[in-house]
Design a protein around this ligand. Structure first.
Ligand code: ZN
Length: 504
């Protein structure tokens, strides 16, 4: 007779199959779908989303979880097995509670306001018309406060409750402790670099044929260890990674005059892809076969994009291949130029175009503001002034209009509050993992300098990928690196690299 545990696991496997089917259709929509198929595709995706939601909130799950938690079935299993089962039950309980705690009326209203606010935002951004978006943002903040009240656990703020959806266990107070000192050091570093020798970007701006760029970046991702038998790379307007285990789809983009962007985007998505390919295939369809959080996922992409792809050792290794693949256009450049160009620091207005040294300052502006909005301390009408003031303080730039200011990101219009800090967490975790791997492997640069990525990937598989959601992000970080989350490894790495690139 099937036990409650078996029923729970096979039920969840179907939720996973539905979810991964929608992801595949979503990938197709962004890559190969003929334009005329848009309407039927929306219907297909809506049906799958409905089926998935119905299954994920099936009341029988609550009964099965109760039975499992009563512990009646534990006795017959070995210790490892019991720990694994306990982790699966714990995480499925978390998912079930999150999916069922919100009243259906609120879920419906959120979905409707998300869709309409996003449209209002798109128009307001084009016209730089904050007043046109403000009523929608006000409504959205109100709904997010209600959502937070349904989800909040004791001791957690409303913002904490929202952020927990993306980074389990993340609290604003913990982040503040890590972010505040980092912010001061990043601001000081930005000022210091202004006195160095800035890269001239001649290599970044050089033109290379797109097929040549494509061969070049694909060869790099192959060398990183991305398995083309269990994944592929295509093109889309905005690069992304989707799929899991045996079928991981990456996309990237090319511009004739920016091979560094193509390489960075592809290595970034390749890092996400390695994580997905490293999750235990035998556990797919259970939480142990799923990524643990957005912050940890982002750490895998940033590690390859930045720690590997913007390092001097990497450019020295890759340069002969780059010259061969990119052709005559690469003559007259050298590895050192490419390394320096890949590390230009230039405080700017737009987050998605920001460099490594100022990116997190953009995130911190949003972290401040969204906490104030959700806590009710900042009236929506005062948002632009608050935004512009923080940009002046953190980045030293004047915001000329709201289009390039507080209207630039889609996130708040579609209800993503508590999401932004996961980008910075990705950078911090990446640096912490890179430093731990560096110690364990006797020098990462030595390996990168000869294109030997297997030891690094094995270290990540062993310490991060194979665990899925077995540990919380904070526990995973502690186990893998021997220390809790800290900004120290990130800043140390960044300062060393940039003072080298800027010849300070
Ligand atoms: Zn990413």
């Amino acid at each position: 007779m099937a036990t409650a545990y078996d029923a729970l696991v096979s039920h969840h496997r179907e939720v996973f199959l539905l979810g991964s089917t929608s992801a595949l259709l979503g990938w197709d929509q962004e890559t190969y779908m003929p334009t005329g198929a848009g309407e039927v595709r929306a219907e297909q995706l809506a049906l799958l989303a409905r089926l998935q939601h119905e299954r994920a909130t099936d009341p029988r799950i609550g009964d099965w979880l109760d039975d499992c938690e009563a512990g009646a079935e534990r006795a017959s299993h070995g210790e490892d097995d019991a720990a694994e089962r306990a982790a699966i039950v714990r995480e499925l309980r978390r998912d079930f509670d999150r999916a069922t705690k919100l009243p259906p009326a609120l879920v419906g209203e959120l979905a409707e306001v998300e869709s309409r606010a996003q449209q209002a935002w798109a128009g307001a951004r084009t016209d730089s018309d904050f007043a046109g978006f403000a009523p929608w943002l006000e409504r959205m903040v109100g709904l997010q406060q209600q959502k937070a009240d349904c989800l909040a656990e004791t001791g957690a703020s409303r913002w904490d409750a929202l952020a927990d959806c993306y980074e389990p266990g993340m609290r604003a107070a913990d982040l503040e402790r890590v972010f505040s000192p980092l912010r001061e050091r990043l601001v000081a570093l930005r000022e210091r670099l202004a006195g160095g020798r800035a890269p001239n970007h001649a290599f970044v701006r050089a033109k290379f044929p797109i097929p040549a760029q494509e061969r070049f970046v694909n060869a790099v991702v192959r060398a990183m260890g991305f398995d083309f038998e269990r994944g592929r790379i295509d093109r889309s307007t905005h690069p992304f990674c989707t799929g899991t285990g045996a079928d991981v789809r990456l996309t990237t983009r090319f511009h004739e005059d920016n091979v560094v962007d193509a390489l960075g985007s592809t290595m970034h998505e390749g890092g996400h892809g390695l994580y997905e390919q490293g999750l235990p295939v035998a556990r797919l369809g259970t939480p142990l076969g799923e990524a643990v959080s957005l912050g940890i996922h982002e750490s895998q992409s940033r590690l390859f994009e930045n720690h590997v792809g913007r390092s001097r050792a990497f450019w020295e290794w890759v340069w002969p291949q780059a010259r061969e693949q990119l052709g005559a256009g690469a003559d007259g450049f050298a590895a050192a130029q490419a390394f320096r160009d890949a590390n230009l620091v230039q405080p700017s207005l737009i987050r998605v175009e920001a460099d490594e040294a100022t990116y997190d300052l953009h995130v911190m502006v949003r972290f401040e503001i969204e906490r104030e909005l959700i806590a009710g301390d900042l009236p929506v009408a005062d948002l632009p002034a608050r935004w512009n003031g923080l940009y002046r303080d953190y980045l030293g730039v004047e915001v000329p209009d709201d289009r390039r200011g507080c209207l630039q990101d889609v996130h708040w219009s579609c209800g993503l509050f508590g999401y932004f800090p996961t980008y910075t967490l990705g950078n911090l975790y990446a640096a912490q993992f890179a430093a731990a791997a560096d110690r364990a492997l006797g020098g990462l640069d030595r390996l990168i300098g000869r294109g030997d990525f297997a030891p690094l990937v094995d270290w990540l598989r062993d310490n991060v990928h194979r665990h899925g959601r077995r540990y919380s992000p904070a526990e995973l970080c502690q186990r893998a690196t021997g220390a809790p989350l800290s900004s120290e490894p990130f800043f140390t790495y960044l300062e060393a690299k940039l003072t080298d690139a800027y010849e300070l």
